[in-house]
Design a binder for this molecule. Structure first.
Ligand code: P6P
Length: 338
């Protein structure tokens, strides 16, 4: 039986899809793949830290139970810097961006924004977490230090985006604007293999994902959608299924494969939503659209929002187009606030 193609083979075979790449984007995606493997190993050890903490106590507990977000962040910063494919990086875990000023980096055309470990509070209870990444061509001149403007670009400028989902298996899902593909990690071989070619939202849409504990704080249109989702006379004459893990990547991945919608709307508790535009909403929106879905903030297409700050928040309503359309209809019909 022929084996599935590896991520490395796929990237090389499909370099023509990378509008600008001269092999740099290929190398950059390979670096992200490497960093993902390292983070995956640390996350798995984290799960053991509470069980085997007494073994080599200092190392396992000391290292692993340091904030895993910071550990994951440092893995991506070091890997991407050392391989010289990017000139700058911004992360949820760092107040400001980093300009990699070594020569090999300054000559690179790309900047990366990451949420190195999204949903990390779930690690202690062994629920799926993820890494989210977004790649842009720099705006400032090649050879000079990066500037904030290199990062404050609208999502439509992304040249690649993706996520790693560390769940029952570890899968790297990404797009370069020519569809979405998923690659599952085989730890026995140490490689990612194509497992989810050309991911598209299915026609059916059975799931809605929202933290209903915030229901009282939602705008009227969102409340109306949630009640509609629980009724029988909706799109497919059956109530939608509620699934919400508290990990954006897990909810998005499941809804993209099975059909559904994720909502983190604005509300009285979070007037601008909770998720970050640049390294959560934008990459997820790029993938969602490339898989045939839709991603809005309630009124605007996520990818067209013009960023003003590195860590600015945005509401995010994304998934199967017909469900996102339905939410927008309710918001239009009931425009009042919370
Ligand atoms: P809440 C995790 O902290 C995260 O950024 C997303 O991964 C997740 O969807 C959301 O926040 C969960 O937030 O307020 O429902 O716990």
């Amino acid at each position: 039986m022929e084996r599935p193609i590896t991520l490395g083979e796929y990237i090389v075979e499909n370099q023509k899809d990378f509008a600008y790449a001269k092999g740099e984007l290929t190398a950059l995606l390979s670096s992200i793949k490497l960093a993902g493997k390292v983070v995956n190993e640390k996350i798995n050890k984290a799960g053991l830290a509470n069980i085997i903490g007494k073994l080599d106590k200092e190392n396992v507990q000391g290292e692993i139970q340091a904030k895993l977000d910071i550990i994951a962040n440092d893995v991506f910063v070091d890997t991407l810097r050392n391989r010289g494919e990017i000139c700058g990086l911004a992360s949820e875990e760092m107040e400001s961006f980093i300009s990699f000023d070594e020569t090999i980096n300054l000559d690179s055309k790309y900047v990366v924004l990451i949420d190195p470990l999204d949903g990390s509070s779930n690690i202690d209870v062994n629920v799926t977490v993820g890494t989210i990444f977004s790649i842009y061509r720099r705006i400032s001149p090649v050879g000079s230090p990066v500037t904030l403007e290199d990062f404050l670009q609208p999502g439509i400028n992304q040249i690649a985006a993706g996520y790693l989902i560390y769940g029952s298996s570890t899968i790297l899902v990404y797009t370069v604007g020519n569809g979405v593909n998923g690659f599952t990690f085989n730890p026995g071989v140490g490689s990612f293999f194509l497992s989810h070619p050309n991911i598209k939202f299915p026609d059916t849409a059975e799931i809605y994902s929202v933290n209903e504990g915030n229901y009282e704080h939602f705008p009227k249109g969102i409340k109306k959608f949630i009640k509609w989702a629980q009724l029988t006379d909706n799109l497919q004459n059956t109530p939608l299924t509620a699934r919400y893990t508290g990990s954006l990547v897990a909810d998005i991945h499941r809804n993209m494969l099975l059909g559904g919608i994720y909502l983190y709307p604005q509300g009285s508790l979070s007037p601008n939503g909770k998720l970050r535009l640049l390294y959560e909403a934008n990459p997820i929106a790029f993938i969602t659209e490339q898989a045939g879905g839709k991603a809005v903030d309630g009124k605007n297409r996520i990818l067209e929002i013009l960023p003003k700050e590195l860590h600015q928040r945005s509401p995010l309503i994304c998934g199967s187009k017909k469900l996102v359309d339905r939410v927008e209809n309710f918001i239009d019909k009931f425009p009042e606030g919370c």
